[in-house]
Design a protein around this ligand. Structure first.
Ligand SMILES: Nc1nc2c(ncn2[C@@H]2O[C@H](COP(=O)(O)OP(=O)(O)OP(=O)(O)O)[C@@H](O)[C@H]2O)c(=O)[nH]1
Ligand SMILES: [Mg+2]
Length: 221
C-alpha cells in the first residue's frame, strides 16, 4: 500500500515551530521584533533610518535581508546602527532557519527593538513568520494604488502600513481612495501612516503608534 506524505506541510510546520521558538527567545530577552515587508525600493531602509533616529532612547538592532550585497547594512552601520546582514543567495524571503542562525552568531544582550528588513517583494515574505512580534508593510506612491488588489496577503497580514514617498504624490497618478478602499477590504485594523522618508515628514504619529504597540505588548524598553 502506498502512503502519501505531504512534505510541504511538514517543512512549513517545522519552520513555524522554529519561528515560535525565536519569538519566545526574543520575548524573553525583551527584544521587540518587527518584520519589515515591502517591495524592492519602496523605502524600507530609508524608513528604518528615520524610525531609529526617533527611537534614540531605545537600543535598535537591524537584520538586513538581501539576496546579494551588504549595501543597506553598510549604510546603517555608517550611521552608528547595530546592523547585521543575511544574504539568501537567491531565496525570495527570509526564513526562520536564517534568522535563528544569525541570532546564534550575534551579540544582542541589551533589550531593545530588532528590525528585520525582509527581501524586497510583496509576495513570499508575507507568507512566512520568522519570529516577529509585528509586521510592518512599507508601500510607496510610485508603486501605484492598485497594490492591495494585486498582492493582498502582505496587506492582510500587516499590523501597520506605511505609505512612503508622499513627496512624489503631485507627480504620479496615485488614487488614494482606491488604495485605502483596497486596504480596508482586506484589513480594517492596520493603521496607515503617510510619510516621506526622505524628509522625515509624517513620522511623529507613526512613532507614537509604535511606542504604544511596544508598551501594549508588555515590553518595557
Ligand atoms: N522621493 C523620495 N525618495 C525616497 C523616499 N524614501 C526613499 N526614497 C528613495 O528610494 C530609493 C529606495 O530606498 P530604500 O530605502 O533603499 O528602499 P528599500 O525598500 O530599502 O530598497 P531594497 O532594500 O533595495 O528593497 C532610494 O533612492 C531612496 O533615497 C521618499 O520618501 N521620497
Ligand atoms: Mg533596503
Amino acid at each position: 500500500m502506498q502512503k502519501k506524505i505531504s512534505l510541504y506541510e511538514n517543512i512549513y510546520s517545522e519552520q513555524d515551530n522554529l519561528a515560535k521558538k525565536i519569538n519566545e527567545f526574543l520575548t524573553e530577552k525583551d527584544i521587540f521584533t518587527i518584520n519589515i515587508l515591502g517591495g524592492a525600493g519602496a523605502g524600507k531602509t530609508s524608513t528604518l533610518i528615520q524610525t531609529i533616529k526617533r527611537l534614540n532612547d531605545i537600543k535598535s538592532y537591524v537584520i538586513e535581508g538581501d539576496i546579494e550585497s551588504d549595501i543597506d547594512t553598510k549604510t546603517l552601520t555608517a550611521l552608528g546602527v547595530t546592523a547585521f546582514q543575511i544574504n539568501t543567495g537567491g531565496n525570495c524571503h527570509l526564513n526562520p532557519i536564517m534568522v535563528d542562525t544569525i541570532l546564534k552568531k550575534i551579540d544582542i544582550c541589551q533589550k531593545g527593538v530588532l528590525f528585520i528588513e525582509n527581501i524586497g517583494n510583496l509576495v513570499c515574505p508575507a507568507d512566512v513568520i520568522i519570529g516577529e512580534h509585528i509586521k510592518i508593510l512599507i508601500c510607496s506612491i510610485p508603486e501605484g494604488s492598485d497594490k492591495p488588489y494585486k498582492y493582498p496577503l502582505a496587506f492582510q497580514k500587516a499590523d501597520a502600513i506605511i505609505l512612503n514617498k508622499m513627496d512624489l504624490k503631485p507627480y504620479i497618478d496615485f488614487d488614494s481612495d482606491f488604495f485605502y478602499n483596497g486596504v480596508r477590504a482586506l484589513n480594517d485594523e492596520a493603521k496607515i501612516f503617510e510619510v516621506c522618508s526622505k524628509t522625515g515628514e509624517g513620522f511623529d504619529s507613526f512613532i507614537e503608534w509604535l511606542r504604544k504597540e511596544i508598551y501594549n505588548q508588555n515590553f518595557l524598553l
